[in-house]
Design a protein around this ligand. Structure first.
Ligand SMILES: Cc1cc2nc3c(=O)[nH]c(=O)nc-3n(C[C@H](O)[C@H](O)[C@H](O)COP(=O)(O)OP(=O)(O)OC[C@H]3O[C@@H](n4cnc5c(N)ncnc54)[C@H](O)[C@@H]3O)c2cc1C
Length: 316
């Protein structure tokens, strides 16, 4: 069997790993502490919170594939969203385990792949990467690894994300999420209302996302500086929050969050180097970025199967 190395253990890389692992000695390498990439969760005040997408739309075939780990959003979304919205029941990052279940994939996390004179190297061990490679890292990082194959630079917007905890079961008539057209916030979700995530009855935790403009302007400032502005905005915008006792905050800076929908050149694929990820396939109306990333991993697997004369099974 040939070696296949997948750089990046987000949903694109893991989907490709799941499909191709019966045909290759497959390894997934990720510089993060856990698999899932931007499908990430964090434990804050005992509650598992989604720190990337809090919810997303899915086509019916993807919904069927992910059904065992999905839940519908716990309440209404203020400002109409047409498609049904879902989340990963036990925390977004558990999608990693689900995608790799039953596979024989070697997983190496906290390993960064870098480029050296000898080619691609795992920075921590100095080991060279041989064989077929699928690169699934965001575009700006892909340019650094493969400058000769990737010309597109920035395909993602930044997003500043915070968690804000308050005393009391702030309900606001069953609203789970509010989106905002103006001001520093783009989204606020009553994240502690997701069932089974460890929420304490007498506390409410919101996740807030900074708007694109606010996130760009504050990207290099410390979390303490910008979270205070997002907190002020939430307390003003969400009924009942301003009167509740504030208990604490957590913040996270995402340099790459969702894809900018402009057309751009696809990366070239040659000499056994392939690409997948939410930025690789053209934007498709109605598909969430998460689904787009998984589709991209599957399409990449199909290109490799075609190149090596393999018959593969795509699970969705
Ligand atoms: C705040 C936020 C909000 C979002 N909201 C939504 C939403 O509402 N709806 C929606 O559908 N999507 C949303 N998304 C986007 C969605 O999460 C992503 O599109 C999707 O998870 C991308 O998957 P991926 O596999 O392409 O990339 P990633 O998940 O980014 O995976 C790439 C992996 O590569 C690793 N990596 C990078 N460089 C290296 C290296 N040199 N060596 C080793 N590993 C490396 C990274 O650690 C990462 O795990 C949101 C994301 C964020 C952050």
């Amino acid at each position: 069997m040939r070696n296949l190395t997948i750089i990046g253990g987000g949903v694109a890389g893991l989907t490709a790993a799941r499909i191709l692992s019966p045909h290759f000695h497959t390894s997934v390498i990720d510089k993060g502490r856990r698999l899932g990439g931007r499908c990430a969760s964090v434990l804050f005040r005992g509650v598992v919170l989604d720190q990337g997408a809090p919810y997303f739309a899915l086509s019916s075939r993807m919904r069927e594939f992910l059904a065992p780990i999905l839940s519908p959003v716990p309440g209404t979304i203020h400002l109409h969203v047409e498609e049904e919205q879902w989340y990963i029941r036990d925390g977004a990052n558990t999608i990693g385990k689900y995608l790799l279940a039953g596979t024989d994939v070697k997983v190496r996390t906290k390993c960064r792949v870098v480029r050296s004179d000898a080619g691609l190297v795992i920075e921590e061990s100095g080991e060279n990467i041989e064989g077929i490679v699928i690169c699934t890292v965001p575009s700006t990082q892909a340019v650094a690894l493969f400058p000769e194959l990737v010309s597109v630079r920035e395909r993602h917007r930044p997003c500043l994300v915070g968690a804000l905890a308050y005393r009391g079961p702030i309900d606001d008539g069953g609203v789970y999420a509010r989106t905002f057209e103006e001001g520093p916030l783009s989204l606020a979700v009553r994240e502690s209302s997701k069932l089974g995530r460890g929420a304490v009855a007498n506390e409410t935790v919101f996740m807030v996302h900074g708007s694109e403009e606010f996130s760009r302007l504050n990207l290099e400032r410390s979390g303490e500086q910008w979270i205070a502005e997002l907190r002020d905005a939430l307390e003003e915008e969400w009924e009942g929050v301003g009167d509740a006792e504030f208990l604490g905050a957590w913040s996270k800076r995402w340099r790459y969050s969702t894809v900018l929908q402009e057309e751009s050149d696809r990366p070239q694929e040659k000499d056994g180097i392939y690409f997948a990820g939410d930025w690789v396939e053209p934007y498709s109306a109605g598909l969430s970025d998460i689904e787009l990333a998984m589709m991209s991993g599957a399409k990449c697997a199909q290109r490799i199967a075609d190149a090596y004369g393999l018959s593969i099974k795509i699970p969705f």
